[in-house]
Ligand binder design. Structure first.
Ligand code: SF4
Length: 215
């Protein structure tokens, strides 16, 4: 098994996309192991260490068996594994692929057929120092920037940040309440009061199944 064609995989599963502009689409999720960040609200800390080494062919076989048009590569932090870039090249033309990534790794080399969902870290995540602002230069207008909002201070910070970095000119902006922290209604009201041109979203899969693994 060539080490250049392997990834540490935490899980591969088939579910309904619960976030992003593809919400509701039946999707195959490839969750890569490992993440150096420690966000306060992380709901996938089981992916920090647990994983098995898969070569690319084995991953592709599992993905093909699910027979879904949509594939999401997520984590953990997928780009913490350098082979992720070449794996994305491999699947980018065959599927409708999205990459869920924190803003802590460069997205410069990510295949342009992949939709990037970039998670800008707010202060209450405790990881805002990890944000790589140069990433905004590489976003396509089909990409998405997500802010997970923990409270109204995070909301105000995000509003200013969007303005400071002119992010509305880059791509779609998604505001998502931190699960069990920020009431959805409060976030909705603030967006309406401010007439903020962002898209409110919530974790649709948790509405269906609750906070369970593999969904
Ligand atoms: S970047 Fe994602 S996986 Fe890593 S700690 Fe933050 S929420 Fe968890």
């Amino acid at each position: 098994m060539s080490k250049n064609r392997t990834l540490m995989i935490n899980e591969i599963f088939y579910s309904i996309q619960g976030e992003s502009l593809s919400v509701g689409e039946p999707t195959t999720f490839i969750r890569l192991s490992g993440c150096p960040l420690r966000c306060s609200y992380c709901d996938t800390n089981y992916a920090f260490k647990d994983g098995k080494e898969y070569d690319f062919d084995k991953i592709l076989k599992v993905v093909r068996d699910y027979n879904s048009r949509f594939v999401t590569v997520t984590g953990g932090e997928p780009l913490a594994q350098t082979n992720c870039i070449s794996f994305l090249d491999l699947i980018a033309n065959e599927y409708n692929v999205s990459l869920e990534t924190s803003n802590a790794y460069s997205i410069r080399e990510v295949n342009t057929n992949v939709t990037i969902v970039l998670d800008v870290k707010t202060p209450k995540s405790n990881e805002s120092d990890s944000n790589m602002e140069e990433n905004y230069n590489y976003l396509k207008n089909t990409d998405q920037i997500k802010f997970v909002i923990c409270d109204l201070d995070d909301y105000e910070w995000s509003k200013k940040y969007i303005n400071d970095y002119k992010l509305l000119e880059k791509c779609n902006i998604l505001f998502s309440p931190s699960y069990d922290e920020m009431p959805l209604e409060d976030l909705a009201n603030r967006i309406l009061d401010d007439n903020l041109p962002v898209r409110l979203q919530f974790q649709f899969h948790k509405y269906i199944w609750g906070d369970v693994r593999g969904k």
